[in-house]
Design a protein around this ligand. Structure first.
Ligand code: SAM
Ligand code: SF4
Length: 327
């Protein structure tokens, strides 16, 4: 599918739950209520959407949440998605808490990649951000993942606390392990509005001062809005998903399906298509799902408006918490 700004849309992020076992301060702090289970799309409904989406050119699926591994049956979902004609790659974004438990099953199901969110390698700081006193568990999950033949990425959202941002230790992971470390700028969505993120130019400048020979890597297929850098002797690359400081929308390749079945053309805007209503209407056929997907792609705006500078917002802004959208 090609959107009105000539971008090829071949990637869909699917949130399979709005529940989480962590309480990241900028995403799902204490006190957020989860939706009743009946309001969440069933796996059958998700697979119906994906079959239509794949026929229209969605080749890459990312399973996200909330914490996707909290929902039973994720490996089986992965297996069925991998068996869907037209789906080339299926990957998962997780906080890593339950990763060790499900890794064998995920690999057996054919998962292509795992992204683990990790904002700090300092146990106490990690606890303050996530409410979880178990950094070791996450680190174990990372090591176990890289020992499999799957692509592993670390996603870090740094909070600006006034001091030097903690990027060095995270970057060093890509030196010692074959994984990519990606920095994602804090987006003013949901609870993220209350935090100041770290501008990526600051980290990049630090990288350039520290590592001679750092070069920008050529964009690879399916990279989406990430820009990658290579450092000599590193096993993995360093990526930046600079939502704010370098508006990344020119290379946007995605649509999103929220846990409650809203098809979202853009993270920034509240607008979307209620796919659940279509899926649960016995009079609606699979063609109606395909039409909704094409409509969502046709609705994609040229760019987000997080920074408050032009372009002028094209509609009501997203008010939901990130945990319900899936990042
Ligand atoms: N629980 C899983 C995890 O943490 O990876 C998947 C869902 S989580 C919503 C997906 C990603 O969104 C995480 O990497 C998280 O750090 C990021 N995220 C959450 N709120 C954000 C915000 N306001 N700005 C930028 N990224 C955010
Ligand atoms: Fe949970 Fe992921 Fe949100 Fe943290 S970022 S609260 S782990 S959904």
């Amino acid at each position: 599918m090609i959107d009105p700004f000539n971008r090829t849309i071949d990637y869909m992020r699917i949130s399979i739950t709005d529940r989480c076992n962590l309480r990241c301060v900028y995403c799902m702090p204490q006190g957020i209520h989860s939706l009743p289970e009946t309001e969440i799309l069933s796996y059958e409904e998700i697979l119906r959407v994906c079959t239509e989406a794949a026929a229209l050119g969605i080749h890459f699926i990312k399973i996200t949440g909330g914490e996707p591994l909290l929902r039973e049956g994720v490996p089986d979902l992965v297996r069925q998605l991998k068996n869907t004609p037209g789906i080339h790659k299926v990957s998962l974004t997780t906080n890593g808490v339950l990763l060790s438990r499900y890794l064998d099953a995920l690999c057996a199901a054919g998962i292509d990649g795992i992204t683990i969110s990790l904002d700090s390698l300092d146990g106490e700081r990690f606890r303050l951000i996530t409410g979880y006193n178990g950094l070791d568990t996450i680190i174990r999950g990372i090591h176990e993942s890289v020992s499999r033949s799957i692509k592993v990425k670390i996603n870090a959202v740094l909070i600006d606390n006034g001091g030097e941002p903690e990027w060095q230790d995270l970057v060093d992971l890509a030196r010692v392990l074959p994984l990519d470390v990606r920095f994602i700028e804090m987006m003013p969505i949901g609870y993220g509005k209350a935090f100041k993120g770290v501008a990526h130019d600051r980290i990049l400048q630090g990288l350039k001062e520290t590592y001679a020979g750092i070069t920008e890597a050529e964009a690879s297929q399916g990279a989406g809005p990430a820009v990658y850098y290579r450092i000599p002797s590193f096993k993995g690359e360093i990526g930046f998903i600079s939502a704010l400081s370098h508006r990344f929308c020119r290379t946007c390749n995605r649509i999103r399906l929220t846990a409650e079945g809203m098809l979202k053309p853009c993270l920034c805007y509240a607008s979307g298509i209620d796919l659940k209503a279509i899926l649960r209407d016995p009079d609606k056929t699979n063609e109606a799902i395909g039409r909704a997907l094409m409509e969502a792609v046709a609705m994609k705006p040229a760019s987000h408006c997080f920074t408050g500078t032009p372009p002028i917002p094209e509609g009501p802004l997203e008010k939901r918490a990130m945990v319900t959208i899936g990042g």
